[in-house]
Design a protein around this ligand. Structure first.
Ligand code: ATP
Ligand code: MG
Length: 412
């Protein structure tokens, strides 16, 4: 099997760096053969703040994935997050000129360019241009207008940009760790591939990824990304609240959160006492599990309040009957989905990857949604590319290629 059949996803999170290695079979099925995580150093709120430390963390995660996979690799699909990411909807319009009023690929590129015009400020770098729909002579809802007749072509796009410095540092970090970048993909767009069904995306759904340092949200309407935002809060704040409230160290608070934390009282027995070592690491203190809920629940509610503000800002609140899907490591807090339902007044479920191969037990964890999503995003691209390669001499093959990737297509 050649090197080109190894596909790698790299998620540089605020809590951990995660490398997932997949092998693409002839049947276009991906088999995960390695996974490597390392604690993140030099990364805060999704952004690299210390390049050398971040490179070390990424290297450690790559090496551990290589060991497990029993193979080396030299490139990866990499996700990007952080509150520097901005995401806007825009619209472009062009008149179709030429002898016959038939829409060509050139027209499609031109209308997308028109939609991008003036949107990207000088301190921002384009990450994705996702076409949401085309409108031909007022007829909306067209996903691929190629070859259609018309005089006026409009395109609605969703544009994701990131700060130039954050993107450059991400590139430096990955290259510094010895890998080439195949493509940079917006984190929630990647996660959505692993945990949302097409039916949910079509119906309208809100994806929430609560990680360590960030909470990423993405709204999908009519199958495509319609709104996204990255909030600078996550599990670290919950741990900090516990450390302050329990007068203990961050390390102890993190352990207590993972082992005994909950957002709902009916989930814990009121008499249950948890022993906590004091800030000096010695004196033990007993607190009730109910007290932990009293510290954790307000912070979790606050995170969903902030999300609510974003959702209202998006104007999409009434377009998500598919409800909420919560993922990310912090979604492991018992009762979190119920809190989401209460605060946002929408049905909610937990989301995790549903990989079915040998490493399923390890991989189907909500903190791996983004890394697994990268792999599924990449696989889709590879398999489309592969069928394109083998059929490209036949007429029309290019059309199929363009059509399938139309809304994933980016003009990086
Ligand atoms: N069982 C658990 N209960 C509660 N919280 C948990 C549990 N397991 C992990 N977490 C929390 O999940 C967070 C890590 O989540 P995740 O791995 O998704 O973050 P990340 O991708 O590294 O960070 P980010 O996406 O914010 O950059 C940590 O804050 C951790 O405390
Ligand atoms: Mg994450």
């Amino acid at each position: 099997m050649g090197m080109d059949e190894i596909i790698v996803g790299l998620d540089i999170g605020s809590g951990k760096v995660c490398t997932v290695v997949g092998e693409l079979g002839e049947d276009d099925q991906i088999e995960i053969i390695g996974i490597g995580t390392a604690p993140s150093l030099g990364i805060r709120k999704g952004v690299i703040i210390d390049l050398d430390q971040a490179i070390q963390s990424v290297k450690e995660s790559i090496e551990s994935a290589e060991r497990m996979a029993g193979t080396r690799f030299n490139s990866a699909f990499v996700s990007i997050a952080g509150s520097h990411i901005t995401s806007v909807n825009s619209k472009g319009v062009i008149a179709i000129s030429g002898e016959s009023p038939e829409i060509t690929e050139n027209d499609i590129e031109k209308v997308i360019e028109a939609a991008k015009a003036g949107i990207i400020s000088s301190d921002k770098e384009l990450i994705h241009t996702l076409s949401r729909e085309f409108i031909v002579d007022g007829q909306s809802g067209i996903s691929d207008p190629l070859g259609m007749s018309g005089a006026r072509l409009e395109c609605k796009v969703h544009i994701v940009t990131g700060s130039i410095t954050a993107v450059q540092n991400l590139i430096k970090c990955v290259e510094g760790a010895g890998l080439d970048i195949e493509e940079i993909i917006f984190g929630t767009l990647a996660s959505s591939n692993a945990i949302l069904s097409n039916a949910e995306k079509d119906l309208g759904v809100l994806l929430i990824d609560i990680g360590a340092g960030t909470t990423e949200i993405a709204i999908f309407v009519e199958g495509g990304l319609a709104y996204s935002a990255v909030l600078p809060v996550g599990g670290i704040q919950i741990t900090n609240d516990l450390a302050v409230g329990l007068r203990t160290s961050i390390e102890e608070a993190e352990k207590i959160k993972i082992n005994y934390g909950s957002t709902v009282e009916n989930n814990v027995s009121p008499e249950k006492l948890v022993a906590i070592s004091g800030i000096d690491g010695k004196d033990k203190n007993n607190v009730s599990q109910k007290y932990l809920v009293e510290i954790i629940e307000p912070r979790v509610s606050e995170i969903f309040d902030l999300i609510g503000t974003e959702v209202r800002k998006s104007g999409c609140y009434n377009m998500i009957p598919g409800g909420i899907v919560v993922t990310g490591g912090s979604s492991l807090l018992p009762g979190i989905s119920e809190v989401a339902e209460q605060v946002l007044n929408l049905p909610s479920r937990l989301g995790r990857p549903h990989y079915e191969g040998e490493l399923a037990d390890m991989v189907n964890d909500p903190s791996y949604s983004e890394a697994i999503g990268l792999l599924s995003f990449a696989t889709e691209k590879y398999s489309i590319g592969r069928s394109f390669q083998s059929t490209k001499r036949k007429t029309g093959a290019k059309n199929i290629f363009t059509k399938i990737i139309s809304w994933l297509k980016d003009f990086f």
